[in-house]
Design a protein around this ligand. Structure first.
Ligand SMILES: Cc1ncc(COP(=O)(O)O)c(C=O)c1O
Ligand SMILES: Nc1ccccc1C(=O)C[C@H](N)C(=O)O
Length: 423
C-alpha cells in the first residue's frame, strides 16, 4: 500500500521517474537549503503555503532571547538587545524579498490589522489627493474595488473600512480590476495570489490601471512573498501587507508586515495611531505626532518573541536569489501537474491553478470528489497538503525545502489514493 520513494531512487532503473526526479534534485542549486529546516524524511510537506516549516536556527535563538535577553537583561533588552527597533529592522530584512528598498516595511500585528491600516490609509490618501487637486477634479471616489476571490479576512476588513470611510466595497473578478478602476475608485485591494486557486494576479496591470484612475493599490502578498519575485517598488504598488508564517517560515502567529511606499509615508494617516508610531513615544505627550517613515505604521508594543523567531527564520534567505526560487517553484509545480495527469485515474482531478506560468503562484489546487477524505488519507500516507471548501485540494510548493523526489512521491500517493478510494 505504501507509495514511499525508494531510499535510492536510481535503484529502480535509470529511465524511471524516480531516477529522473533524483537527477533534477541533484541539479537543483537550492537543494542544500533543505538542511536549514527541521523536516523529517517520512513526510512530504506541501502545506508551507499555510504554515512554513521550522528553520533550524529558530529554537536556539529563541532560547537565547528568553534565557539571556528576557531572563537576565530584562527591561534593558528594549534598547540593548534591539527589541524596540525590531519592527523596522526586520522589515528591512523582508524588504528585498518583496522588491522594496529599505525604510518602507514594518513588521507587526496580523495581516488583517495591516489590511485595515493600509486600506483606510489608501482611501485617506486618495481623498487628500482629490482635495489638493492632484487627481481629476470633481471626482466622487465612493468605491473600494477588491478581487472577489479574496481570502475572507481581507473582505471582512475591507467591508468595515468601506463603511467607516463612507465608501462601498465592490468585489469583482480579479481579472476585471484593471478595466473597472475608474473615477469612482477610492482604492483597490488585490490579493497577489488567490489562496484557493493559486492563481497569480497581474499586479502590474492592476496598479497601472488604478494609478491611471488616480487610485492607490493595496496588495496582499501572503501567498506570493517568498515564493516569487514581487517588485513592489518597481511596480509602483502603494501599500502592501503580508503574513510571515507561510513562505517566510516565521512560525505560527508570526507577525505580519506593512509596506508603505516611500513617497506616501509623509502623508500616511494611520487609522490606528498607537504610541509606537509616534515621533517621540517616550515623550508621552497627549497629542499624536506621527514618526517619519514606515515606523508610523506601527501601533502598540511588538510581540518580541514571535518577532525575533521570525528574524532568525529569515536567515535561510541569506544568499538566495528569489528568481532561482521562482524558477524552481515553476519546475516543481509543472512536474507535479504532469505526473498527476499521467498517474491519476482519468477525470478524477480538475486543475484549478492556471497552467500558464505567468498566472501561477507556488501552489497547485485540484478539484476532486470527496476532498476531505482524500486529504485525510494523503496525510495518513505522509503527504501533507490541505483542503479548502468546498472541494479543493491544495498543495503548496516551498522551493527552499521541497524537492522533485518529494513531488514524485506526492503525485504517486495522490494517484494511489484516488485509484484505491478512501474507504
Ligand atoms: C491572503 C491572506 N490574507 C490574510 C490572511 C490571514 O491573515 P492574519 O490571520 O495574519 O490576519 C491569510 C491567511 O491566513 C491569507 O491567506
Ligand atoms: N493562519 C492560519 C492559522 C490556522 C490555520 C490556517 C491559517 C492560514 O494561514 C490559512 C491560509 N491563509 C490559507 O491560505 O488558507
Amino acid at each position: 500500500m505504501s507509495d514511499r520513494p525508494l531510499t535510492h531512487p536510481g535503484a529502480s532503473g535509470p529511465g524511471s521517474a524516480w531516477a529522473a526526479a533524483a537527477r533534477l534534485d541533484a541539479a537543483d542549486p537550492l537543494a542544500g537549503r533543505r538542511r536549514a529546516f527541521v523536516l523529517d524524511d517520512d513526510t512530504v510537506y506541501l502545506d508551507g503555503n499555510s504554515l512554513g516549516a521550522l528553520p533550524a536556527a529558530v529554537p536556539g535563538r529563541l532560547a537565547e532571547v528568553i534565557g539571556r535577553e528576557w531572563g537576565e537583561l530584562r527591561i534593558r533588552s528594549w534598547t540593548e538587545s534591539g527589541w524596540w527597533t525590531a519592527p523596522q529592522r526586520i522589515g528591512d530584512r523582508i524588504a528585498p524579498l518583496i522588491g522594496a528598498a529599505p525604510g518602507q516595511v514594518v513588521v507587526g500585528d496580523s495581516t488583517s490589522v495591516n489590511v485595515f491600516k493600509a486600506l483606510v490609509g489608501a482611501v485617506r490618501l486618495a481623498e487628500a489627493d482629490d482635495t489638493r487637486g492632484t487627481a481629476s477634479r470633481g471626482t466622487v471616489r465612493d468605491q473600494i474595488l477588491m478581487d472577489a476571490g479574496t481570502f475572507p479576512t481581507d473582505g471582512y476588513i475591507a467591508e468595515s473600512a468601506a463603511r467607516m470611510t463612507g465608501r462601498t466595497l465592490v468585489p469583482v473578478p480579479a481579472g476585471d480590476l484593471p478595466s473597472l478602476a475608474g473615477p469612482r475608485t477610492a482604492a483597490v485591494l488585490v490579493n497577489h495570489v488567490d489562496y484557493r486557486t493559486g492563481e497569480l494576479h497581474g499586479l502590474a496591470a492592476v496598479t497601472a490601471a488604478a494609478h491611471a484612475a488616480g487610485a492607490p493599490v493595496v496588495a496582499d502578498l501572503c501567498h506570493s512573498a517568498g515564493a516569487l519575485p514581487v517588485n513592489v517598488d518597481a511596480l509602483g504598488v502603494d501599500f502592501a501587507v503580508g503574513c510571515t508564517y507561510k513562505y517566510l517560515n516565521g512560525g505560527p502567529g508570526a507577525p505580519a508586515y506593512l509596506y508603505i511606499r516611500a513617497e506616501h509615508q509623509a502623508r500616511f494617516d494611520s487609522p490606528l495611531p498607537g504610541w509606537n508610531g509616534h515621533r517621540e513615544p517616550f515623550a508621552m505627550t497627549p497629542d499624536y505626532r506621527p514618526a517619519e517613515g514606515a515606523v508610523r505604521g506601527r501601533v502598540g508594543t511588538p510581540d518580541i518573541l514571535s518577532m525575533l523567531a521570525l528574524e532568525a527564520a529569515l536567515e535561510v534567505w541569506d544568499g538566495v536569489d528569489i528568481a532561482e526560487v521562482r524558477a524552481k517553484s515553476l519546475a516543481l509545480t509543472d512536474y507535479f501537474l504532469a505526473r498527476v495527469a499521467a498517474l491519476a485515474p482519468p477525470g478524477s482531478l480538475v486543475p484549478l491553478t492556471p497552467a500558464e506560468h505567468a498566472r501561477r503562484g507556488s501552489q497547485i489546487s485540484l478539484r476532486c470528489d470527496g476532498t476531505a477524505a482524500v486529504m485525510a488519507e494523503l496525510v495518513r500516507r505522509g503527504v501533507v497538503g490541505d483542503f479548502r471548501e468546498p472541494d479543493v485540494l491544495r498543495f503548496g510548493f516551498t522551493p527552499l525545502y521541497t524537492g522533485f523526489t518529494d513531488t514524485e512521491r506526492a503525485a504517486r500517493t495522490l494517484a494511489a489514493v484516488l485509484r484505491e478510494g478512501t474507504r
